[in-house]
Ligand binder design. Structure first.
Ligand code: ZN
Length: 160
């Protein structure tokens, strides 16, 4: 088993570095229906997230972020994974990922609901942060920002 773990660690590091050096959807959207900002003062990570949601589907995603490799890689994975998903699917993914990272440290009341049918995909690469509370905040920054964006009233509804 230790041999497999070494391979996984190396693979995970490569996935994180790849997303950090080449973040997906790294731009602002021209006409986002939802926008949210998040920051993680403990590490200095910042993110601005734009979503274009139509008919309950996340049609487009853009983010600009400044921060450590964990926060940028996690936000890049987020952008890639939620694009084309329904709002409901994106919320389930965010909650499942949160619960996964907080499973060691969170009290029962803080733990998020998990969904058995959710595939966390490349997010598995961030499992290593579980034991480091500060890094957990880095990994969750984009996802917390996503949840706050999806809780807002869409821009179009505010204007109309
Ligand atoms: Zn960070």
């Amino acid at each position: 088993m230790s041999h497999d773990t070494l391979i996984d660690d190396d693979l995970y590091r490569q996935i994180i570095l790849d997303h950090y050096s080449n973040p997906r959807c790294h731009c602002r959207l021209e006409n986002p229906t939802l926008t949210a900002e998040g920051n993680n003062p403990t590490c200095g990570d910042e993110i601005e997230l734009d979503l274009q949601v139509e008919g309950g589907i996340i049609k487009d995603v853009g983010f600009v972020g400044d921060g450590c490799s964990i926060s940028v890689a996690s936000s890049s994975m987020l952008a890639e994974m939620i694009k084309g998903k329904t709002v409901n699917e994106a919320v389930k993914l965010a909650k499942t990922f949160k619960a996964r990272l907080l499973s060691h440290s969170a009290t029962a009341s803080e733990a998020e609901e998990t969904f058995e049918d959710v595939d966390i995909g490349e997010l598995e690469a961030l499992d290593g942060v579980k034991d480091y509370p500060v890094r957990i905040k880095c990994a969750l920054l984009g996802w917390e920002t996503l949840l706050s964006a999806l809780n807002q009233t869409p821009n179009s509804a505010k204007e109309g």
